[in-house]
Write a protein of this length. Structure first.
Length: 87
């Protein structure tokens, strides 16, 4: 079977760490990404859970937009408060 070249960009520190991690497991990055591609293709899904940051959820973004609108319109004001130490 022939080989196809796949190129993509990655943070250089992440790349370095990935290469070292693969090396520690006796793999190359090519082998690791090939294993990933085979698993995705077989299962027709990403083989691990991907969870978004709830801060960026539509519900929270709408709440933040409303708060900004309230401050800008003078409906509410921002107040400084002391931080509370949690144990």
């Amino acid at each position: 079977m022939g080989q196809a070249m796949v190129n993509f960009r990655m943070d250089p520190i992440l790349k370095r760490d990935m290469e070292q991690t693969c090396k520690n497991m006796g793999l190359t990055m090519t082998a690791a990404f090939t294993m990933f591609a085979v698993k995705v293709t077989r299962e027709q899904r990403i083989p691990f859970e991907i969870v978004g940051d709830p801060f960026y959820s539509e519900q929270n973004m709408n709440r933040l937009r409303k708060s900004i609108e309230d401050v800008n319109s003078g409906k509410t004001t921002l107040k400084e408060h002391d931080l509370i130490e949690a144990e």
